[in-house]
Design a protein around this ligand. Sequence first.
Ligand SMILES: [Zn+2]
Length: 246
Amino acid sequence: MNSAAGMSEAFAIAEVEAKKVQARISSDWSRRSTKPNARGVVRHPLFNEMDGRRTESDTWYCLHCNSKVSGHEIAKNLWHCPSCGASPLDIFSVPFWLEEGDDQPTPYRSPKKGGRGEPVIEVVDNRLRLELSEDNVTLLIRSALLDDAANAGERLGALLAEISFDEELGVWVTFETDYWPEEKEAIQARAVAKALGVSFDQDIVLCEPPFAWPGIAEFSSNTLEYTQTMLRAYAEQSTGQGKPNE
Ligand SMILES: [Zn+2]
């Protein structure tokens, strides 16, 4: 939900719910716990004085964060600290925990904005974004190279290609010449780079191929066919009917 209108609608619903909760909680409390008198005095909903009467005061202190809160504010916030959210058990009429030399309690001031009916709307944009990390970019480029590959050999070429990505330099692909024809353009990979808004360059390098007779791969439509043809070639060569690189 991003629109301010949507936010204020959500806030209105939340406000109604909060009032219902407030009504439920405060139905157990004496009226003086939720309604300050003319001098701003409210009655603690839980704590008693020594004589058994509920503690009353126009000023309250939070044991948790050392805030000084008016009777109006603490009642409005259902006896939870408006500053830190501490429960009514942490709210006292006297800051008995303070000793001489300690910092004085900080008077709580309700924020100018964000009071009732005027929410501070912080729009957090949590939409997912494609992160252009090297891992992500190279993965997409390699996938696109597989789209470009027309046979088992070129698929191996796509898998063996060295892909690097740098925000400044863009994508750089180095193919092994044995498995990726020197003149072959990586059309899909280039298109993916363009879609990502990064530049694309390719070059080629001569490496030691992982299997003998890499040229067989070019004529194999799938990996099984390539493997079987290659196995036959190895077998023939071991029976003396041919030698690699002959
Ligand atoms: Zn507090």
